[in-house]
Design a binder for this molecule. Structure first.
Ligand code: HEC
Length: 111
């Protein structure tokens, strides 16, 4: 009996930690936010819609998060991105980075 409930406790905590991870990085929430705040310039697909904006599709999670936090803190400055980044929480930044990094891109190189 004791052993049984101990196992149950382990299973419950495993399930809980899996839920925490899922809540921590949520690409669907990231996509919804992209539609509200980023798509005009970077596209939902991460391919830039204005010439001065970079493509974000397939960029690594860590790079995207670092840049967004740098814009937010003022370490990196840009008249558009500094304004946008001010409105983002850590969780939103993680979700946005998760969305753009989840996009698969291919490169075609001229011979
Ligand atoms: C009004 C246009 C505009 C909007 C809206 C916008 N961006 Fe940007 N973004 C830019 C421009 C322009 C740059 C290039 C900044 C620079 O030259 O330093 C940039 C740069 C970035 C970079 C750095 C990329 C790199 O290669 O270093 C990231 C990451 C980024 N944007 C994410 C986002 C996210 C996420 C959103 C939505 C929350 C967003 N941007 C909304 C225009 C925009």
């Amino acid at each position: 009996m004791y052993r049984h409930s101990f196992l149950g406790l382990i299973m419950t905590s495993l399930a809980l930690s899996a839920m925490t991870v899922a809540a921590y990085a949520d690409p669907a929430a990231g996509k919804a936010l992209v539609k509200q705040k980023c798509q005009t310039c970077h596209g939902v697909d991460g391919i830039a819609k204005i010439p001065i904006a970079p493509h974000l599709a397939g960029e690594s999670q860590i790079y995207l998060e670092t840049q967004l936090k740098a814009f937010r803190s003022g370490k990196r400055e840009n008249e558009m991105m500094s304004v946008v980044a001010q409105t983002l929480t850590d969780e939103e930044i993680t979700n946005l980075a998760e969305w753009y990094s989840s996009i698969t891109i291919t490169a075609k190189v001229l011979e």
